[in-house]
Write a protein that binds this ligand. Structure first.
Ligand SMILES: [Zn+2]
Length: 273
């Protein structure tokens, strides 16, 4: 039983076999999938997908920093409206990406703050993308993010940066495929992060974890991230699955969704409560 807390299964990379991919994940024990939108269209697509899979797929609405220039007042109004749907469990993904810098830095910062405001208005957690932008994210969160909750998705920083992120009480760190590789500080971060504040994700279709050689990532592969986390923490896969599932339920308030409760009784058993 695992939650893939971040998978873009609404994207075109899944157009030919989306339902098959979803079915194989659920058959393998993935309890649910959170699909965060990256702009208005993909947020709509994520919501449509969530409605088609009640209690199994949930959506985020938001604009990715790559697309920050497409965000405006009309888009915000749509997100606000969509956020009233029970299937929308987060604002995101949004954030700052200074690695690819596909939108100007000042626009990214402005749109970032607008999303924080929206999360506050809607009382929803934030799904935050950080790439080569740690200091700015922390600075803006300190000023505009007090009292908010959320996740630093696909966390990619070092231990010091993780500590700064974890200083925001309502926030968790989410680990993805890069945890399974050797060339980073993530195992160290995964060792120090409090158990009640970690999530796992795939970020499908990107970031295929080891040892999978496929070109496209999919929710089923979240188990390889969880296995790596279990190895690093010297815990069983079952314990990591229970812990991260419980964290995801708490952060995204999944129990509030009637269909999720129904699924939880039928399919999840009591083990993870
Ligand atoms: Zn993403």
């Amino acid at each position: 039983m695992l939650v893939d807390s971040h998978a873009h299964i609404d994207t075109s990379r899944f157009h030919t076999d989306r339902e098959e991919v979803i079915r194989s994940a659920f058959e393998a024990g993935i309890t649910c999938i959170v699909d965060p939108g990256c702009d208005l269209d993909s947020s709509r697509a994520a919501l449509t997908l969530a409605k088609a899979h009640p209690g199994a797929i949930f959506a985020g609405v938001g604009t990715h920093p790559h697309d920050a220039t497409t965000y405006n007042e009309a888009v915000r109004a749509h997100y606000h409206e969509m956020a009233k749907e029970p299937e929308v469990v987060a604002i995101g993904e949004f954030g700052l990406d200074y690695f690819r810098m596909l939108s100007p830095r000042d626009v990214q910062r402005e749109v970032f703050c607008a999303h924080l405001q929206l999360a506050r208005t809607c009382d929803l957690p934030c799904i935050i993308h950080v790439r080569d932008s740690h200091d700015d994210v922390i600075e803006l969160l300190r000023v505009h993010g007090q009292g908010l909750r959320g996740v630093f998705h696909c966390f990619s920083g070092n231990v010091t940066q993780a500590e700064e992120c974890l200083a925001f009480d309502g926030f968790m760190l989410s680990f993805a495929g890069p945890l399974t590789r050797q060339d980073n500080a993530l195992p160290e971060v995964a060792r120090m992060a409090p158990l009640e504040r970690i999530l796992v994700e795939t970020d499908s279709p990107y970031l295929v974890p080891k040892p999978i050689r496929a070109k496209r990532n999919e929710p089923l592969f979240v188990k390889y991230v969880a296995e790596k986390l279990a190895e690093i923490r010297d815990m069983s896969l079952e314990e990591i699955a229970q812990t991260t599932t419980k964290n995801a339920i708490r952060l995204f308030n999944l129990d509030a969704h009637p269909s999720f409760q129904h699924r939880s009784k039928d399919e999840r058993g009591e083990a993870i409560r």
